[in-house]
Design a protein around this ligand. Structure first.
Ligand SMILES: O=C(O)CCC(=O)C(=O)O
Ligand SMILES: [Fe+2]
Length: 201
């Protein structure tokens, strides 16, 4: 059902933003009106209890905003995604369809770890299953070989962590006002209403 809704929205004339600076094709969930009713309760009630246990050192227990989007890969558009870390403290990646081949995710070291021999872990997509990982865990997506791949990505953010150091540039953030969650930074505790000017979403 979500996929049908996404396809309708994609074909419509509604104004659309890009999911992030890396993916050219996809849909931002807030543009569909699904952010507050779907993603916020999912994050607060179901994901945070898990991330608090799994990633206490990355703000897994203090998540207070997110950027949720669907990425789309086809043979004629984006086929793969280069190695990167996310603008997120914790990320959830859910596979939404199965009529494609290849395109697996692969994971390497954590952002700050520089090792000469990286061991990559390949993680195939399984319909309806999610992969939870630290945003700073370097990862990418291998090339699609056929079909069309759709994945729901939730970049979850903890202002208490990113207010200290911007995860993208590693410096204390300089803030400018923004609407909504912005990039998950806050000026005051509990008010996610600002964004960072050096951000790469
Ligand atoms: O292609 C994928 O499923 C991964 C997308 C991703 O890593 C991202 O959008 O940050
Ligand atoms: Fe990513």
């Amino acid at each position: 059902m979500l996929l049908k809704e996404l396809e309708h929205f994609e074909k419509s004339d509604m104004p659309k933003g890009r999911p992030n600076t890396m993916n050219n094709h996809g849909i931002l969930l807030y543009e569909l009106g699904l952010d507050e009713p779907l993603v916020t309760p999912l994050r607060e009630q179901y994901l945070q209890p898990l991330t608090a246990l799994l990633y206490p050192d990355c703000g897994g227990g203090q998540l207070d905003s997110h950027r949720a989007f669907v990425v789309k890969y086809t043979m004629d558009e984006d086929r793969d995604l280069s190695y990167h870390y996310d603008n997120a403290e914790v990320t959830l990646n859910i596979s939404l369809n199965k009529n494609f081949s290849e395109g697996s995710l692969y994971f390497g070291d954590f952002r700050e770890v520089s090792s000469s021999e990286v061991q990559y872990l390949e993680v195939p997509h399984v319909l309806g299953r999610g992969v939870l990982h630290r945003g700073g865990q370097l990862h990418g997506a291998l090339s699609l070989e056929s079909g069309e791949r759709w994945n729901l990505i939730i970049w979850m953010r903890a202002s208490s962590v990113r207010n200290q150091l911007c995860p993208m540039c590693g410096k204390p953030p300089e803030l400018v006002e923004d609407e909504g969650y912005g990039d998950g930074f806050t000026r005051e505790e509990g008010e996610p209403s600002t964004m960072n000017i050096c951000t790469l979403t």
